[in-house]
Structure formats: structure tokens, C-alpha cells
Design a protein around this ligand. Sequence first.
Ligand code: SF4
Length: 439
Amino acid sequence: MPGPRRPREAVLDKLKPVITKRWLSPGAWRLEVYEQLDGYKALRKALKYSQADLIAFMKESGHRGRGGAGFPVGMKWQFVPDDGQDHYLVVNADEGEPGTCKDLPLMMNDPHAVIEGIIIASYAIKASRAYVYVRGEAIHAARRLRNAVREAKEAGYLGKDILGSGFDLEVVIHSGAGAYICGEETALLDSLEGKRGQPRLRPPFPATHGLYNKPTCINNVGTIAAVPHIVLGGAEWWKSLGSENAAGTMIYSLSGRVKRPGQYECSLGTTLRELIELAGGMQEGHELRYFTPGGSSTPMLSADSIDVPLDFDNVAKAGSILGTTAVMVFSDQDCPVVACWRWIKFYAHESCGKCTPCREGNYWMVRVYERILSGRGQMGDLNLLESACKNLLGRSFCGLGDGATSCVTSSLKFFRQDYLDYIEGHKTPLFDAEKIGAH
Ligand code: SF4
């Protein structure tokens, strides 16, 4: 009889490699190996469904988008009107959220899973052309996807009359130019059309007026790569992998003060305590103080939320957003004011400049942070930051402006004293006020 389980084994059960299962198979990015590992079986199965049945199946599976918003995938596919116009599928591979690193390893290690998912999704929405918008810096990922497209085409999985089904599809891999804002779906569409990447006014939504003003479905790489697994495993199986109110697995990108940062694919609803244990624990001498559940655009949570199941609903109840599940772990040695200053600098730099609240608000917040961190802060600065956030949240043209406020408001809620310590002179200034021109 085996003895009682040790906690370590219990937590290892949390690992559910589904989307990442081929990552450790040598050469899985090549078609020959991919096919040996069940590659393109899901496509053969999906092509036997009618488009309506495939959409109904995806709705039944409870699969939700993995790009941040968590929108139900089947419903998104259904929104694309079946009106005889040209349709497009666009895959958002412009991963740029600070802390997020799940799509790049996916494209590098398992590019055919992305291509297979694209073919199935395109078939479901009746798109004859699909685009993958890859972040400009990720030249290696774009190259690998292009190779996968070539292999798939030569094998009859792409092009005319795919596997004798009568369905035609071309896939184009497009490299962006490295702007964070192009991860916003309408800015991505403008960039894809050759324009400057800036968000569009909505409505109309991309489902009816998207790329080249045609019906377009935009899915994230992680969302699409899960599709072949769901088609093969079935809707009930996918639901059983997750928690009560969240279907499937999720790749949690763990970074910061843990011993083994990296990607951990677990059931949706795994807690931070379990993730830290999977990552070998906190680094020596570091104690958890705060974390982001889904990248820098999601409000930080304090160590008190260590046992919150990291799924869409429970993270929302805790006061944050699941986002891209980029879990950045900070310790008692990581000043939250400094962390926020760095993030706000990032948002100020990446603001596309289209709307005033974001363009001006982020610029001025950087100046206020620099005044505080150089020891010249005033008591009114905290109100100034709060007021700037009020004028950004809900008044910005797109989610970048809203997201930028998350770290400021949440850090002021949990760690106000850290700000006051700089203002009252209890903490050593981070830099020389004269040198950076803070006043
Ligand atoms: Fe551009 Fe920022 Fe306005 Fe978005 S919120 S449109 S990024 S200026």
C-alpha cells in the first residue's frame, strides 16, 4: 500500500500538460514529428462536422479566450455573420504585456498546433484567409510559423480543397513592428492593413466590420492552439480539466521571486500558493508581498490573496483580472512604488497618443512618480495620482489607458505607506532629483 501523499506530489497533480504536452518532444515543430504525436487528427475530425455544429461544440466546451478578456470562443465564432461576404480569421500573436510569455514558446515549440487550430477555426467561421500577426521582435517565431505553413501546404492541410473537404484556406504570417498597442485588436487590424496602428472606434465591431471592413474573428494564439486538443478530447473532457466555473487548462507564466520561473500549465483555478510550490518556492530570503495575476495591466493583489483560485471569476471577486495569467511575484524586498513607476514609464512610452487622457495622463504620472522617488514628493501627490487615474479609467479610447491605472490604484490601496515613506523622508530616494530634473 502506498503511504499518504506528500504535499509535493499533491501539488504536482496540478500540472496538466495539454497545450504544452509536445514542448519537450524533440523536433515537434516539424510536421513529421507533429503527425506522430496526433497532429492534424483533430482537423480530420472537425471537417466532418457542419460549421454550425462545430460552433455549438465549442460553446458547449466552455472554452474562453486566453488573450486577456476571456470571451467565450464559440460565441465569438458565432458573431461572424454568414452572409456570403469574404471572412477573415486574425490570430493575435503580438504578445507584449509585461510579464507575459506563453505565446512565444507555444509558437516556437508547437507551431503546427497553432496552424491546425487556425484551419479548424477558419472552417467554423467560413474564412478562406487567415492572418497571424506576430510581434515584430519575434522574428524567430514568425520564421517558425512560416515554415509550418509551408509544410502544412505541401501536405494538403492548407490551400485548395483541404483533405478533400472542398474547404480552401490560405494562411499569411505577418510581422508587426514592435508596438505594444498593436496587441489591441482594432489597432492590430489597422496595422495589418498597412496603416499606423491605432485603435478604432467601436461599434462597429470587428465581427462585422473588421479587416478591410469585412467580418473578422480575432483570437489569441493560446486560444487557437487549444482548439485541436478540445476537438480531439471532447467538450466534457475539456471542462473536466478546469475548475467548477472555468473550463480547461491555462499556461501560467511565473516570473519574479520564485526559484524556478517559467510556464506552468495547470487547471484554471490553480492558486498562487500552488504555483509557487510548483516553482520550487520563493527565492531564499524573500517573502511574498504582492503579485499580479495577469500582467501589469491587472491590479496587483497582496499576499493575502495567495489562496485565491486564479480563474476568471475568483480573481474578479478578489478585485483584479485574470488577464494573460502572467503571474509576477514580488517579495518584501521589491518596493511597489518603484514597480509602478517602471510600469507607468512603459505605458507612457507605449501610448499611441490618439487620446488625451492616456497620452497626457501617463506622461504626468511618470513625472509625479519621479518626484516622489527622488525625495521631493508632496502630500498632494497621492491625490494627484488618484485624480489622474480617475481621468484615465473609462475616459481613454482603448484598454491601454484603463490598464495603466491598475497598478497605481491597487498599490495606493495596499501600500500607501510605501509612498508616504518616500514623501516623509523615511526611505532613501531612488535617484538624484537634480539629475532627472524632478521638481
Ligand atoms: Fe492610444 Fe492610449 Fe488612447 Fe489607447 S488609451 S487610444 S493607447 S492614447
